[in-house]
Design a protein around this ligand. Structure first.
Ligand code: HEC
Length: 156
């Protein structure tokens, strides 16, 4: 009898441990995939920002060497989800243009992949972006209907 109790206790302990480990495994954030991000870039971003990441003078700002790209990923995620309207100063040049929202057409993982790619391509050396971060921001901003301005994003 005593043995059986011990056994039951051990089994419950094992189950308890498994139940507690599972959420930890799910919560482990996976960085965006650069190779996948390159494909998203070629499909979605490069018409404007160009294959070189240098943009087009006075129309589309560069992503290569841009201080914004190396900065807080939460701002970049918001730009891709809801778009951006000028003015914004990038590498000393002011752009007053519009980047349309891409939230409806891109999955969270695709946004993480493409941002991870642009943060590590063309000599950029910023850390990866996770799909979990995109999911959180998409939920937090789900009521938003207008494009961001850089002045707003800077205050976040
Ligand atoms: C239709 C053209 C267009 C497309 C497509 C586009 N962008 Fe933009 N992007 C712009 C413009 C224009 C701005 C500057 C907007 C402004 O003047 O406020 C901008 C600004 C940015 C910025 C902040 C400024 C900078 O240069 O760092 C980032 C980051 C960015 N875009 C990333 C992306 C990514 C990633 C994609 C693809 C998912 C993308 N863009 C797709 C036109 C575009």
């Amino acid at each position: 009898m005593r043995n059986k109790t011990t056994h039951t206790t051990l089994v419950s302990l094992a189950l308890f441990a498994a139940a507690n480990l599972a959420p930890i495994a799910v919560a482990a954030e996976k960085p965006g995939d650069i190779a996948e991000g390159k494909k998203v870039y070629a499909r979605v971003c490069f018409a404007c920002h160009q294959p070189t990441g240098l943009g087009l003078p006075s129309v589309f700002p560069p992503l290569a060497g841009a201080e914004q790209v190396a900065g807080d990923p939460a701002r970049l995620i918001r730009i891709v989800l809801h778009g951006l309207q000028g003015p914004i100063k990038v590498k000393g040049v002011t752009y007053t243009n519009i980047m349309p929202p891409h939230g409806p057409q891109l999955k969270d993982a695709e946004i993480a992949d493409v941002l991870t790619y642009v943060r590590q391509e063309w000599g950029n050396k910023a850390g990866p972006v996770t799909a979990e971060a995109v999911t959180k921001i998409r939920a937090a901003e789900k009521a938003r209907t207008t494009m961001w301005t850089w002045a707003e994003l800077e205050k976040l």
